[in-house]
Design a protein around this ligand. Structure first.
Ligand SMILES: C[S@@+](CC[C@H](N)C(=O)[O-])C[C@H]1O[C@@H](n2cnc3c(N)ncnc32)[C@H](O)[C@@H]1O
Length: 244
């Protein structure tokens, strides 16, 4: 895709029911945030094959020495195109934060301005790393629910802010297939953060999802985590096959 074909920035709508997310934002976080989202000790990642599903987090750039790969539908685009997505989507997301401040908890960041500063600099780290390492295969273009990886290729699979939060866009059937696919490529655990929708409430189809996964031999557990920048995001879902 060339930058000239990018859509214009969507206007921000004030809502009382949660974030307006008309499309999936190209918006990413840092290693420090991922450590909180997923209750991870970064040192314990060393030597393990880790897959980050859905970028553009600077997590990958920061954790690459620990063996992290990343996939996103936009990986494969020129870095200039990704920089334009970052520019448009970050502006839209921070504007939404400012009109919906009740949806944010200021513990990890003291203010929206502080969050914007930190996350924009993380985005620059991501773009630099993408430019330097796309050709080496660190960033793979792919879209859930299909992953171009062998069964059990990774020790740990992480996915933040794609499942559940975009439930208005992706239905239960999509979530079931996506979870099964994440489990297929994992030899250990899959961790998905957070377990809430764009309104900060628990994903309403969680019981149905877990029942369908159990039928497919996948154990699921909702585990509290010590972070909550977005209201309602203080838990993750952990998936494992019966054999792992
Ligand atoms: C809000 S960002 C999450 C970034 C990162 N995981 C984080 O938490 O900081 C959502 C990402 O999902 C990607 N995405 C959209 N549809 C996808 C799909 N079907 N499979 C995988 N990624 C997708 C978007 O391109 C975007 O980069």
């Amino acid at each position: 895709m060339s930058t000239s074909t990018l859509p214009p920035p969507a206007s921000v709508t004030v809502s009382t029911s949660g974030l307006e997310l008309p499309s999936v934002s190209f918006f990413g976080r840092t290693l420090a945030e991922y450590a909180q989202f997923f209750a991870l000790d970064p040192v314990a990642l060393r030597g393990r094959a880790v897959l980050d599903v859905a970028g553009p987090a600077s997590f990958t750039a920061e954790a690459c020495k620990l063996g992290v790969d990343a996939v996103d539908p936009l990986y494969g685009c020129p870095v200039e195109t990704l920089a334009t997505h970052v520019q448009l989507d970050y502006a839209k997301m921070f504007a939404e934060m400012r009109v919906e401040p009740h949806l944010w908890r200021f513990r990890s960041f003291p203010s929206i301005n502080a969050a914007a500063l930190n996350l924009r600099s993380a985005a620059r780290r991501f773009l630099n790393d993408y430019e330097a390492h796309f050709a080496h295969g660190r960033y793979v273009g792919a879209r859930l629910p299909r992953r171009p990886f062998l069964d059990r290729a990774f020790d740990l699979v992480l996915c933040a802010h794609l499942l559940f939060i975009y439930a208005r866009r992706f239905d239960l059937a999509w979530h079931v297939i996506a979870c099964r696919e994440l489990v297929r490529v994992s030899a250990g655990e899959v961790r998905i953060h957070a377990v809430c929708g764009a309104d900060g409430r628990r994903y309403p189809e969680l019981a149905a999802l877990r029942a369908e996964l159990a039928e497919a031999g996948i154990a699921s557990e909702v585990v509290p985590v010590n972070c909550e920048f977005f209201v309602g995001s203080s838990s993750m879902q952990v998936l494992k096959t019966a054999s792992s």
